[in-house]
Ligand binder design. Structure first.
Ligand code: GBH
Length: 495
């Protein structure tokens, strides 16, 4: 419709008396805002390897993959992974060649603090690795986007009162964050405290990830989530108090599958809102507003009471904690992969966060399936998500911290579906920016290279570079999508 209209209108304008004043519309749709941070992303356990280099501590992923090998497809683990611990200079060379302006990577907590605690001393080798990595990025003009926690908790902290269930864990995390800020605050402008709290809590009420404490469902995920929020807010406060003169920005990386209503009915519209609040909103709302969204509060309190409990399964924040949480993000890091359609219904373990939400989800038949059962291609959900956060939270700055497409690598370099995925998602971002006014400042593709994909081992491949896991060199090879991205970034970066 729009295309037809412009065909009709443009000649009229040109032939009229205003012809000399006619200016073509800004070419906004083919561009990105100046300085848009195109980049790529990885995470420590998924790419580093060197799991026991010198004095590195064991992480919960080292532990679970070694002690329960069947937890992972083909009994794989991240002992060597992409060997980025030894090959980071090559990684930086290849990302520079693509034209990436930023690199989102994570720091392995136990690599720097073997027991997890600053008081027990740090690893010189571990710290040195990240110093060299950051310096090499800066020397190559690539902005480091640093995640402090991407799921590899020190095993010692898991054994001490249950990791993220431990009431002291937020202080340990804040100490760790303080230590990293003290080393790198002058060099790092974007910090992500914690990657995907929603995924982390899946390890404390489900067996989707380490430490796989499924038996705690309905309780563990809320306690872990609560402590993750406190940990984030303490790290944020600390940065403001001691390091803010460095002008860095801090957020979490939030995730979920964006939920649209399955129909126009009020019930489905409400179900989609519950679905949002129980995923993205679970963590975004407290970080921006100070406390859980009223929907979570009332539903979980009610369900807990109905189950005959004296206290809610969703813990309460103190006033002081609310004050500290409120506004504890300078931008929103959003991980977007896919979307769902929502309607009312009961699903998931009883009790569990999923069941509490009273939502069942389905796929639109037009969304193409991928090798990952949870991921279908639906770029429109990204535009909807960007509009949702714009409307609900006063148009905050957004960095898309993950976005990507999995395949099985059967035709490893000829990944045209991945190109299609990025093309359509970039288009959705441009529409969100130029038609809807959303404040998106960057995008990091997941992932720079194929890597250890958690429970799927090395079977699901998200990289724009393929990695030869049979070779000790872990040779990286450009896929077609990498060529495409290189060209795409060059074309969109001429302003
Ligand atoms: C991200 O999580 C991670 O940050 C990253 O480390 C990972 O490599 C990347 O995605 C690709 O997976 O199987 O139905 O239980 C993405 C969010 C949410 C994806 C939970 C998998 C499990 C769905 N994840 N989800 S299911």
């Amino acid at each position: 419709m729009r295309a037809i209209l412009s065909l009709v209108i443009v000649p009229l304008v040109l032939s009229g008396s205003f012809a000399t004043q006619y200016r073509p519309p800004p070419v906004s749709h083919t561009n990105f805002p100046k300085g848009f941070l195109f980049g790529s992303a990885t995470a420590s356990y998924q790419v580093e390897g060197a799991w026991n280099d010198t004095d590195k501590g064991e992480s919960i992923w080292d532990h679970i993959t070694h002690n329960n090998p069947n937890f992972i497809a083909e009994q794989q683990n991240g002992d060597i992974a992409d060997d980025s611990f030894h090959k980071f200079k090559e990684d930086i060379r290849i990302m520079k060649d693509i034209g990436f302006k930023s690199y989102r990577f994570s720091i392995s907590w136990p690599r720097v603090l073997p027991t997890g605690k600053v008081a027990d001393g740090y690893s010189k080798t571990g710290l040195n690795y990240y110093t060299e990595l950051i310096d090499e990025l800066l020397a190559n003009g690539i902005e480091p986007l640093v995640t402090l926690y991407h799921w590899d908790l020190p095993q010692a902290l898991q054994e001490e009162r249950g990791g993220w269930l431990n009431p002291n864990i937020s202080d340990y995390f804040a100490d760790y964050a303080d230590f990293m800020f003290s080393k790198f605050a002058p060099k790092v402008k974007y910090w992500i405290t914690i990657n995907e709290p929603l995924s982390i809590v899946n390890g404390y009420g489900d067996d989707a990830r380490a430490p796989a404490l499924k038996e705690l469902h309905g309780i563990g995920e809320y306690v872990a989530g609560h402590n993750l929020l406190l940990a984030h807010s303490k790290a944020y406060k600390l940065y403001q108090d001691k390091y803010s003169h460095n002008l860095g920005k801090i957020s979490m990386a939030f995730c979920g599958s964006y939920c649209a209503p399955a129909s126009d009915s009020v019930e489905d519209i409400e179900a989609a809102e519950r679905c949002y609040q129980f995923t993205f909103g679970w963590f975004i709302h407290p970080v921006l507003k100070g406390d859980y969204h009223p929907l979570l509060r009332s539903i979980i309190d009610e369900n807990s009471q109905w189950e005959g409990r004296k206290t809610s399964r969703l813990p309460y924040f103190s006033q002081q904690e609310i004050d500290q949480l409120k506004g504890s993000a300078d931008f929103l890091g959003l991980n977007y992969y896919t979307m769902l359609l929502a309607k009312p219904g009961l699903a998931g373990l009883d009790p569990s966060d999923q069941r509490d939400s009273r939502v069942v989800t389905l796929w639109d038949p037009s969304w193409k399936p991928t090798v990952a059962s949870w991921l279908r291609v639906a770029p429109e959900g990204l535009r909807m998500l960007l509009n949702k956060v714009k409307n609900d939270y006063g148009n905050p700055e957004v960095l898309i911290t993950e976005n990507g497409y999995p395949d099985d690598g059967s035709d490893p370099l000829n990944d045209t579906e991945r190109i299609n995925y990025y093309e359509t998602h970039f288009a959705a971002i441009r529409q969100a920016i130029y038609e809807d006014g959303c404040n998106v400042v960057g995008h990091t593709s997941w992932s720079l290279m194929d890597n250890f994909e958690w429970r799927d081992g090395y079977k699901a491949k998200f990289g724009i570079f393929s990695v030869d896991f049979n070779s000790p060199n872990r040779t990286r090879t450009m896929k077609k999508s990498a060529y495409w991205l290189k060209n795409y970034i060059a074309m969109h970066d001429y302003l």
